[in-house]
Design a protein around this ligand. Sequence first.
Ligand code: NAG
Ligand code: NAG
Ligand code: NAG
Length: 326
Amino acid sequence: MRIPELFIAITSFLLANSLPFPDDDAVSLIWQFPNPTWIENLAVRINGEILCTSLSRDAVFMVNPFEHTESTVVQFEPGNGALGIAEISNDVFVVVTCQVDLATSSRIPGSAAAWKLDMNAWTLGAEDAVTLIANLTDVGLPDGVVALREPGVVLVADAGKGLVWKLDTNTGGYTIVIQDDIMLSSNPQIPLGVDGVHIADDYLYFTNLGDNILCRVSIDAAGNATDEIEIVAIMPAPDDFALTADGTAYVAGANQLHRVSPTGKVDVLAGGINDTTLEGATSAQFGRTRGDAGVLYIGTNGGLLVPVGGRLIGAQLLAINIDQFA
Ligand SMILES: *[C@@H]1O[C@H](CO)[C@@H](O)[C@H](O)[C@H]1NC(C)=O
Ligand SMILES: *[C@@H]1O[C@H](CO)[C@@H](O)[C@H](O)[C@H]1NC(C)=O
Ligand SMILES: *[C@@H]1O[C@H](CO)[C@@H](O)[C@H](O)[C@H]1NC(C)=O
């Protein structure tokens, strides 16, 4: 065997044994959480491990998608559900929590908080990697979080009040930065408005869960809107999403994965409204290592809000090869 062939053989062997799933069209199960568990949001570490916030279990879990192992990173005080998570510097994350009644989506006013999670300092069982940034007593229900370019500054979606806050994690100060009726839910069944937030090319993209829309607005470096909000696309119950640099959004919601092109064309790539494949899909994020760059990870609540056919299964972390849809 010549050296290049040997190299390819060894590489294929390693990949075959380390990739989260083979190169096929299936949705693969990476991790099954106990029933019931609600996973709300995902953040992928630079080393490929996936941080999963849990609304129902008041925790941040970490799944290694290559080894199919899981550990508890942070356990918050009982009742403080974990929602949005975003990286603010190398392996340092912001996590927001709130006391939420899962049955009614209502929150206890004044119970929101933001935490800094430093994975550089984290070891299993130790508590010192997580510190309080601020009690967000004016925030209704914090949901998605996204970092601005200014170090340590993030935007926080407030699904309850239907607006976006800017939080300086260095000082704990926070102010309203974007407020518009289009961020409010007008749906009495789902009183949750602006939910997922991500930035590409100086546009803030956001979903409004109750009103079934994905929108975008151009923002400046301070996070202020510089133009009118545009509706990009309409789809059922859009929750959180992954956003590529060209503005393609992969939106989890209504038990399916939607791909929204930069021009607003919507395709359902996997799952279905009455299908259990992506039951309770809440969030999506791409892998960050060479081995899983085309892999989209999807977190679910296992049907805790709307069980498909009455089936409740506990949260799942699923993986799907996005390159197959190119
Ligand atoms: C934040 O809120 C918690 C719970 O109400 C309280 O125990 C804590 O003292 C507060 N911390 C700050 C810095 O306000
Ligand atoms: C952003 O908007 C706020 C008011 O909403 C304003 O006070 C602030 O000066 C603006 N910042 C910039 C950099 O334009
Ligand atoms: C899903 O199931 C419900 C209840 O059985 C039914 O009313 C609805 O039409 C179904 N939707 C789709 C898209 O199949």
